[in-house]
Design a binder for this molecule. Structure first.
Ligand code: GTP
Ligand code: MG
Length: 215
């Protein structure tokens, strides 16, 4: 009895979250804002990728909602690059949800913004199950995590619209096979585009920029 009740409540929470996320997405589309949900393990390089994206595209058209359990650190990093940022701290919750993002959007002046990035709480599990109202899901996999993660955490890679393999210069030292990683991503999500990212060696950063511009 208790079990079936908790399943029912769980389904209702997901359903009402999905409805709220749809309303957020409608609002963002009406404002001509492209939106991206950035997800990965802690420390895979989400904020670093966003910092570089802001540097390249200019800060005026980019806004970032940051999600972490504690601290304003990531929002500060984004503001230091000159872009608008709002930090959500979730306390003990392992993901953002549509209500949190709705509140954050309510606190931001999105005039002139063309791209909204939502940097989700770092982990490969919970964020995959909660829509936050964005157009696309961006998933990062760093070379330091292991090339088997896509098949161990398939839900995250299944909901992804693009995957970036990051810190690629560390691949050799970490025994991370790029081929195996790509194969494992494709096992879960056969047609997904995969780009590389690194702040130290040549990568697919230009392809990433094209991807978000054409999204
Ligand atoms: N070597 C190397 N280090 C990187 C690269 N990208 C990011 N890092 C480092 O990895 C660490 C974590 O990067 P962040 O950008 O903070 O990662 P994150 O995914 O935003 O982390 P959380 O928000 O805590 O989940 C930092 O010390 C970065 O400097 C890279 O391409 N190569
Ligand atoms: Mg971060």
């Amino acid at each position: 009895m208790e079990n079936s009740l908790s399943v029912k409540v769980g389904k209702e929470i997901l359903h009402s979250n999905k409805e709220k996320a749809a309303a957020i997405n409608k609002f963002l589309k009406e404002e001509n804002i492209k939106s991206f949900n950035m997800m990965s393990s802690p420390g895979s390089g989400k904020t670093t990728l966003l910092e570089r994206t802001i540097e390249k595209m200019g800060p005026q058209k980019i806004a970032v909602i940051e999600g972490d359990l504690e601290t304003e650190n990531d929002a500060k990093r984004i503001r230091e690059k000159g872009a608008l940022s709002y930090q959500i701290t979730t306390g003990t919750t392992c993901h953002l949800d549509a209500s949190m993002v709705e509140k954050a959007i309510g606190k931001m002046d999105l005039t002139g913004i063309e791209y909204l990035f939502v940097e989700n709480v770092g982990n490969l599990v919970c964020p995959a199950n909660f829509h936050v109202g964005t157009d696309l899901n961006v998933v990062l996999l760093s070379a330091t995590e292991g090339d088997d993660k896509p098949v161990k955490y398939p839900v995250m890679f299944h909901v992804a619209d693009v995957v970036l393999i990051t810190k690629i210069e560390a691949a050799q030292i970490m025994n991370f096979s790029m081929e195996k990683a790509m194969e494992n991503i494709k096992k879960v999500n056969p047609k997904i585009p995969i780009f590389t990212h690194s702040i130290n060696v040549p990568d697919d950063f230009e392809k990433w920029l094209e991807f978000i511009k054409n999204a």
